[in-house]
Design a protein around this ligand. Structure first.
Ligand code: GLY
Length: 260
């Protein structure tokens, strides 16, 4: 069974962290409607969806991906680079504890889950404004005994590594080469985003399809032409908060957690 942990939309999302985007008003009701449709898409993609309530004091709490990295039977609880986001982590650890072994990133390290891209047994980790070298080093020592290796990848011009590159099939990556050097991902096929859609590199590969933002039809067409199945979801309100489709869920499989 595949699981997805999600967290509700904070009524304070208009006070979210912003790094590369200009602040625009977020329609919270519309964000909640989009979130419900996203949850339906996860369910229809075969996930059992678990919902943590939103916290009014935590504007970015819907972006749950940043709080943990599921690696096999283990959840690595992060220490987000934005101090305002660190209080998001404890409740996520409590929600995962029954399913996954919990280990922690500790100071002075910072690590955002949005900076971690798993391809096979390799975790590519963005050296971004949110993840520091101590975060990369701690992650490496936590996952090495579990059979995973870590490769640090420079990222510029965007928030997270997964703003610039995501997996859309086994060893197939969707890449924005302006923000990350595609040659860092040796052994992977690369599909470039359509040049008219610079922010289109974030897709959520799940089961036999990719959940993909409705805002990027040209890149969606590139994925379809490559033979991949795309399910479009409208995440326009989350994009205003510098989020996209991977950030709103934390996904793990029972099969990888079995035997812990
Ligand atoms: N607003 C999402 C973030 O900056 O972490």
């Amino acid at each position: 069974m595949r699981h997805a942990l999600v967290r509700g939309v904070s009524p304070a999302m208009n006070r979210c962290e912003l790094t590369h985007c200009t602040r625009e008003p977020i329609d919270i009701e519309r964000a909640e409607t989009q979130h419900r449709a996203y949850l339906t898409a996860l369910e229809e993609s075969g996930c059992r969806v678990h919902v943590l309530p939103a916290v009014p004091e935590l504007p970015d709490c819907v972006f749950i991906e940043d709080t943990a990295v599921a690696v096999g039977a283990t959840a690595v609880m992060t220490r987000p680079g934005a101090a305002s986001r660190r209080p998001e982590v404890d409740a996520v650890a409590d929600a995962l504890r029954d399913c996954l072994e919990i280990v922690w990133i500790v100071p002075p390290a910072t690590l955002d889950g949005g900076d971690v891209l798993c391809v096979g047994r390799t975790l590519f980790v963005g050296a971004s404004g949110r993840t520091n070298s101590a975060g990369v080093a701690q992650l490496r020592s936590l996952v090495a005994p579990r059979g995973y290796n870590v490769v640090s990848v420079p990222v510029t011009g965007c928030l997270h590594l997964k703003s610039a590159v995501t997996a859309v099939a086994d060893h197939v990556l969707l890449v924005q080469e302006r923000w990350v050097d595609g040659d860092a991902f040796s052994g992977c096929e690369r599909i470039e985003v359509d040049p008219r859609e610079p922010g289109a590199a974030n897709g959520l590969w799940i089961g036999d399809k990719i959940l993909f933002p409705a805002a990027y039809p040209y890149t969606a067409e590139r994925l379809r032409r490559r033979g991949l199945r795309v399910r479009v979801v409208d995440v326009s309100e989350f994009a205003k908060a510098e989020g996209a489709v991977t950030c709103c869920s934390l996904i793990w499989d029972d099969s990888s957690a079995a035997g812990r």
